[in-house]
Design a protein around this ligand. Structure first.
Ligand SMILES: *Cc1c(COP(=O)(O)O)cnc(C)c1O
Length: 361
């Protein structure tokens, strides 16, 4: 009998030091924590999807190149013919593909803080050094510090979410362009919340050879399918494509996403409804005393309020789940993030929030 290793002896120390990405249970809750689109697809479209999936050849591997789905994406997102598309099982997987491909010894991945936590976590998975540059107090980019970090670390890649999560704001586009021009490495602009913002770097791809653009269908209504995409020059995507596992996009995702992309008006109407509700919710939150509500170009609202963690728990007790960011970063002290839901969910959130505040005062 050998002496079996304890996990501590053979798991990499960076992995031992991580805590797993926590997804809280949400059964029976009003779920306003994960930036999902709250609306189902219309019945006619669901019926068509039912037919498609009933006839899907699930005994066969899916199309490894997902050619038909890519063509639908190219059309729906107006992607130029000069640019290639790489598909991921969610954009999380694309972040991982990029990090794995670039993780030469000493390579550095830069992002800002607070930002999407997977940038930091995936850097650890892929064994690429992570450097997080704090945002300014108003959550804008600290360009001077970013440029100094670029000069010091010569990063292989910089990830910037546009709009940013969890803060909801769009960074100054001129500042992002300065970063793209200052770095020799690639810059990935992550437009996960593009559906709710009126800005994009899509039209900058042709001009900047080190710019790559990432999108996902998760926040605009298809989170359960897991489909993300990277758009960029063939010379970059050709290399990254080698790291992609051959059948990472399953047949159901390919069939359903392609079908829905032929009805993009459905998703854009839902995004418009979410944007109107965002205005209503921000206005409601703005009427509360001693609250700081941050402007949002995404489908969630960040706000700062005294005793945030207690308020979060009180909402949870009343079956409303939002996201508590207090304690996750110094700039997010007493911050909570609420995803914009349906009008009914949002009214319940607002009413419950009001009740809790009147009780705790
Ligand atoms: C939600 C989110 C993603 C991940 O989306 P998936 O496509 O569902 O993996 C990527 N980037 C940001 C900034 C996000 O908020």
């Amino acid at each position: 009998m050998p002496n079996f290793y304890h996990p501590d002896q053979i798991i990499r120390p960076e992995i031992l030091a991580l805590s797993a990405y926590h997804v809280p249970p949400a059964t029976g809750m009003i779920k306003l924590d994960a930036m999902e689109n709250p609306y189902p697809l219309p019945p006619v479209l669901r019926e068509e999807i039912a037919q498609l999936t009933a006839n899907a050849p699930v005994n066969r591997y899916p199309d490894a190149s997902a050619a038909s789905l890519k063509a639908a994406l190219r059309q729906a997102l107006s992607i130029s013919d000069d640019m290639e598309i790489l598909l991921g099982n969610g954009s999380d997987e694309i972040i991982q593909i990029i990090a794995m491909a670039l993780a030469r010894p000493g390579a550095v991945l830069i992002s800002v803080e607070p930002a999407f936590v997977m940038f930091r976590m995936i850097a650890a998975f892929a064994n690429i050094q992570y450097v997080g540059i704090p945002l300014k107090k108003d959550f804008s980019l600290d360009l001077e510090t970013m440029l100094a970090a670029i000069a010091e670390h010569k990063p292989a890649v910089i990830f910037l979410a546009y709009p940013n999560n969890p803060t909801g704001n769009l960074f100054d586009s001129a500042a992002i362009l300065s970063i793209i021009q200052a770095t020799s490495g690639i810059v990935v602009v992550d437009e996960a919340y593009h559906a709710f913002a009126d800005a994009s770097f899509m039209d900058k791809l042709a001009q900047y050879p080190n710019l790559l653009l990432m999108r996902t269908l998760s926040k605009s209504g298809l989170a359960g399918l897991r489909l993300g995409l990277l758009i960029g020059r063939p010379e970059w995507l050709m290399q990254l494509e080698k790291v992609r596992l051959p059948y990472n996009i399953g047949i159901m995702t390919q069939l359903i996403a392609e079908k829905v992309l032929h009805h993009t008006a459905v998703l854009s109407e839902q995004a418009e409804a979410i944007k109107s509700e965002r205005t209503i919710m921000s206005a409601f939150l703005g009427t509360i005393a001693n609250i700081e509500v941050y402007p949002s170009d995404a489908n969630f609202i960040l706000f700062r309020i005294h005793a945030a963690s207690q308020i979060f728990q009180a909402l949870k007790k009343r079956k409303i789940l939002i996201k508590n960011l207090d304690g996750t970063h110094p700039l997010l002290e007493n911050c909570l993030r609420v995803t914009v839901g349906t009008p009914d969910e949002n009214s319940q959130f607002c009413a419950t929030f009001h009740t809790i505040l009147s009780e705790t005062v």
